[in-house]
Write a protein that binds this ligand. Structure first.
Ligand code: AP5
Length: 216
């Protein structure tokens, strides 16, 4: 089973697409952001350390992030393949993934969205407290206002979705993560899709690009 990594600016729709791809391809969804938020919620040492970076929109140091992902992928359902959402985000993390995935990274999918769409996407994003299911006040509203359709927990706005933190996250992305597009292009595994279309259309575009890759 393969590993598929999703790349894209904050708010590009990586988490939304990762959940859909996970269901379509029967691969676990491994999100570094969700893992950090889960650790934060439970007050673990990783969560305590990560908190100061998340709240500022900075990347958590590579050593902590790589160890956390290694541990997650060592679990039975992650060893054979996964949809990676938000990892890797630096060259060092990408090198670490090459070792972890043992050369079975099938594709790095770059979800491209114009910067001007992101402010609206992040301002409207709501996330459920229990399991991090993602909604949007306009593009993906829950059936009942403020309540998760799936587990009934409260929906909230992420602290790092404040406009000033969003601006900083975009800067961090440009400096540290954008170079990975070239990194994966050089390795022949880059797939680029237009993320500025309805959620279902983005999923179809990713799945058909992956099929084309597999047959080419
Ligand atoms: P993380 O949680 O990974 O945040 P991110 O990469 O900034 O991405 P987002 O979760 O903000 O957006 P997304 O692309 O998943 O979009 P979504 O699907 O939610 O990371 C948070 C923090 O953790 C980082 O800042 C860092 O501190 C730390 N961290 C995480 N990984 C790390 C790593 N590897 N190394 C170091 N530190 C790390 O969609 C956004 C909104 O748009 C939603 O409301 C959604 O409903 C809506 N939407 C989605 N698709 C569409 C569409 N096609 N049309 C209309 N609306 C849409």
């Amino acid at each position: 089973m393969p590993f598929i990594a999703l790349l894209g600016v904050p708010g590009a729709g990586k988490g939304t697409q990762a959940k859909r791809l996970s269901a379509a391809l029967a691969l676990p969804h491994v999100s570094s952001g969700d893992l950090f938020r889960e650790n934060l919620k439970h007050g673990t040492p990783i969560g305590q350390e990560a908190e100061k970076y998340l709240s500022r929109g900075e990347l958590v140091p590579d050593a902590i992030t790589i160890e956390m992902i290694e541990e997650r992928l060592a679990q039975t359902d992650g060893a054979a393949g996964a949809i990676l959402d938000g990892f890797p985000r630096t060259a060092r993390q990408a090198d670490a993934l090459e070792n972890m995935a043992g050369g079975s990274l099938r594709a790095a999918v770059h979800v491209e969205v114009p910067i001007e769409r992101l402010v609206e996407r992040m301002a409207g994003r709501r996330v459920c407290r229990e399991q991090g299911h993602v909604y949007h006040t306009k593009h993906k509203p829950p059936k009942e206002w403020g309540i998760c359709d799936i587990d009934g927990s409260e929906l909230y706005q992420r602290d790092d979705d404040k406009p000033e933190t969003v601006r900083h996250r975009l800067k961090v992305y440009e400096e540290q993560t954008a170079p990975l597009v070239e990194y994966y292009r050089e390795r022949g595994v880059l797939v680029t899709v237009n993320g500025d279309q309805p959620i279902e259309a983005v999923t179809e575009a990713i799945l058909s690009s992956l099929e084309q890759e597999a047959t080419s």
